[in-house]
Write a protein that binds this ligand. Structure first.
Ligand code: UD1
Length: 346
């Protein structure tokens, strides 16, 4: 049995990855403290996979509890580490929380993995490590800029920690995945991004506005040096992203080399503006969205999108779903949430 520890497996990207792992013949073992996810996700995962999912409710910074997972579950072939806080805005307000959890959980996981002789790791990073790059699209060789937020810095530190362990010849075979902007939801409407508080991210804000839970979407900035003045991003469907984790794990397990940390960008390779994203949402769902163009949001980069050749050439992965698919699935998920009684929060 190919068991895989999935920390943060009840979260947005984690839950979609759990489904894809099952479909690829792996047996995911979910580790989550439910600090930013909901236990109802587990019922949805069990329904989607028709499997008896193993779940550990614990904080990954707790080494003793985490060790129990590895002790109880033999035949573990790798770990995918999602568990982290992810709000740029909150990280500016509460940096210590981000340093303690995001760095602490990786330090702890790596220690426990070493204790149990587990070498294979897939680490969740973010394109935020690039800051505002000088040239686009960004490749994995694009130099990292000073982080724009404590959140971004925790991702840079975690990447560096993995590199340092590799340099120290620690037995570690790692893939670091730099996500661009994950959006959408599972097409079944059973799992997606859960609304905890006022969303910072664009697509949940769009779907909540369309559902009447928020009055108006503010497009942050209309005077950027982009074709329509709004920021440009590389939006990737979460199901495509989830599939990349399976490819990454498959790839690591076939490598025979010395310790390594291979970094991959995960995006579509296409830059899309905020206004284009809004228009696509309206078109595929046949809706009109209330929005205004307002002031810039501090800390936003003007434009960023990925060169994804390395993931295609090495992992044999590329994004298959389109922006319209993601916007349709995000809206389908929002309507499911309404039926389940998830009301507006804050
Ligand atoms: C950033 C990171 C990303 C990280 C994510 C975590 C960069 C380039 N990207 O995403 O890697 O995973 O944080 O949260 O650093 N917007 C509006 N109105 C809104 C909300 C957003 O116009 O109400 C705009 C933003 O200005 C931005 C775009 O939509 O241009 C996407 O914003 P968001 O979804 O928050 O993600 P990023 O900040 O790009």
């Amino acid at each position: 049995m190919k068991k895989v520890i999935v920390t943060g497996g009840a979260g947005f990207i984690g839950s979609h990855t759990v489904v894809e792992l099952f479909e690829a013949g792996y047996t995911p073992v979910v580790v989550d403290d439910f600090s930013n996810s909901h236990r109802s996700v587990l019922d949805a995962l069990r329904a989607l996979t028709s499997a008896d999912l193993a779940v550990y409710d614990l904080d990954c910074t707790d080494a003793e509890k985490l060790a129990e997972v590895f002790r109880d579950d033999g035949h573990i072939c790798g770990a995918i580490h999602f568990a982290a806080y992810k709000s740029v805005v909150e990280s500016v307000r509460a940096p210590r929380k981000y340093y303690a959890n995001n760095i602490g959980s990786l330090v702890t996981l790596l220690g426990v993995m070493q204790e149990f002789g587990l070498e294979n790791l897939v680490f969740s990073s973010s394109c935020t490590v690039y800051g505002q790059p000088d040239a686009l699209p960004v490749t994995e060789a694009t130099p990292l800029q000073r982080a724009q937020s404590p959140y971004g810095f925790t991702k840079q530190v975690c990447e560096q920690l993995i590199d340092d362990l590799v340099d120290a010849k620690s037995p570690l075979r790692a893939v670091t995945l730099r996500y661009f902007n994950p959006i959408g939801a599972h097409p079944s409407g059973q799992i997606g991004e859960l609304p905890i508080g006022v969303p910072d991210n664009l697509v949940p804000y769009i779907t909540q506005t369309a559902a009447g839970l928020r009055e108006t979407l503010t497009v942050f900035g209309g005077d950027y040096a982009t074709p329509d003045g709004s920021c440009v991003r590389d939006y990737i469907h979460v199901v495509d992203l989830a599939k990349a984790h399976v490819k990454a794990l498959d790839w690591i397990t076939t490598q025979k080399s010395e310790p390594f940390n291979e970094v991959f960008n995960l995006g579509t390779g296409e830059g899309v503006s905020v206004l284009e994203a809004v228009r696509t949402f309206e078109a595929v769902n046949d809706l009109k969205l209330n929005y205004t163009v307002g002031a810039r949001r501090p800390g936003d980069v003007e434009k960023i999108y990925a060169n994804v050749d390395k993931a295609r050439d090495v992992l044999g992965w590329r994004a298959e779903l389109r922006l319209g698919d993601a916007m349709r699935d995000a809206w389908n998920w929002q309507t499911t949430l309404a039926q389940r009684g998830f009301a507006k929060q804050r």
